[in-house]
Design a protein around this ligand. Structure first.
Ligand code: CP
Length: 326
């Protein structure tokens, strides 16, 4: 089975079967154990991955760079803005050439709805090495796999009957991509969780993604509901995942999206809201979080928060994806 994933792109969790995702989670757990116990795990000796960024990053860049080093390989960090991509070099040429120099290409291209996912798939069409999505406009599959790993570490493998609240939250810093909540509603509906999505009316997710989430929920026999009330989403939730995102039609006018968001400054995860969830509920956030806006310090630094475990699991899951596909 491991061999069968060699060369496979990881652009959306939706592109992988449940069995393949299970394998990635198993591999991530094995790699976490080895890392924590100082056991060498150079499964990708002398291999090179190209990390191509159209946007900023802390966790993703560093988990991939540290991860490939620990696997015995090497990463090249490429900013689109300082490469020939900025002069218009095509994804075809970029994909063919980078894949001829190394063993994998990972891409972050998340800020323009309609562009990032299409760009990655075009690179993947021409590259003869695996392409890994480090966050696009549609999905953030490295993040959501780490999230699923974190949820299972807390609640076990059988998540049936548990509720996750994926909620919009207010943030003034910038119009954040839609891909994390979208990735969550696509993936968590496949793995047994009842999913409640909450957002103000203007902050809808992409229609195509909503359709996939509904279909996934139906096939898995779980609930998928949408509400416009953060409190309602939090009620009796086992997992709360409140975070900000922008307005699909306004990513080219971010100041307008931020002005709309200002109407909903009370969409914050605070202790009052945490008390609406179940007593053993966990608080999750992909980070970076707008402290004091998306969430209070009391919650994110409190006993229900698993954000650092979640961020750490980015390392183990991205290593699993690289080890399996490259
Ligand atoms: N969660 C996440 O993707 O973090 P970075 O933007 O820092 O990579």
């Amino acid at each position: 089975m491991y061999g069968s994933l060699k060369g496979k792109d990881y652009i959306s969790t939706q592109d992988w079967s449940k069995e393949e995702l299970e394998l990635a989670l198993e591999k991530a757990a094995e790699l976490k154990f080895m890392f924590k116990n100082g056991i060498p795990h150079r499964f990708l000796p002398d291999k090179t991955i190209f990390l191509l960024f159209f946007d900023k990053s802390t966790r993703t860049r560093n988990s991939f760079e540290a991860g490939i080093t620990q696997l015995g390989g090497h990463a090249h960090f490429i900013e689109a803005s300082t490469s020939q991509i900025a002069h218009g070099e095509s994804p075809k040429d970029t994909g063919i050439i980078l894949s001829s120099y190394g063993h994998g290409i990972a891409i972050r291209h998340d800020l323009v709805p309609g562009e990032g996912n299409a760009y990655m798939r075009e690179i993947a069409r021409w590259a003869d090495k695996p392409v890994i999505n480090m966050q696009c406009d549609v999905d953030h599959p490295c993040q959501t796999l780490a999230d699923l790993m974190t949820i299972r570490e807390r609640f076990g493998k059988n998540l049936r009957g548990l509720k996750i609240a994926v909620s919009w939250a207010y943030a003034p810093s910038y119009a954040k991509p839609l891909s994390v909540p979208q990735g969550l509603i696509m993936l968590m509906t496949r793995f047994g969780l009842d999913v409640t999505l909450a957002h103000p009316p203007e902050f809808k997710l992409m229609d195509s993604v909503m359709e996939i989430a509904r279909k996934n929920a139906q096939e898995a026999g779980v609930k998928f509901e949408v509400v416009d009330d953060m409190d309602a989403a939090f009620e009796n939730a086992d997992i709360v995942y409140p975070k900000s995102w922008g307005i699909e039609s306004l990513f080219h006018k971010p100041e307008e999206a931020l002005a709309v968001a200002k109407k909903y400054q009370d969409w914050i995860c605070d202790q009052r809201r945490m008390k609406l969830a179940r007593p053993e509920a966990i608080y999750m956030h992909c980070l970076p979080a707008d402290r004091g806006n998306e969430v209070t310090d009391e919650v994110i630094d409190g006993p229900q928060s698993v954000v650092y475990q979640e961020a750490e699991n980015r390392l183990h899951t991205c290593k699993a994806i690289m080890a399996l596909t490259m």
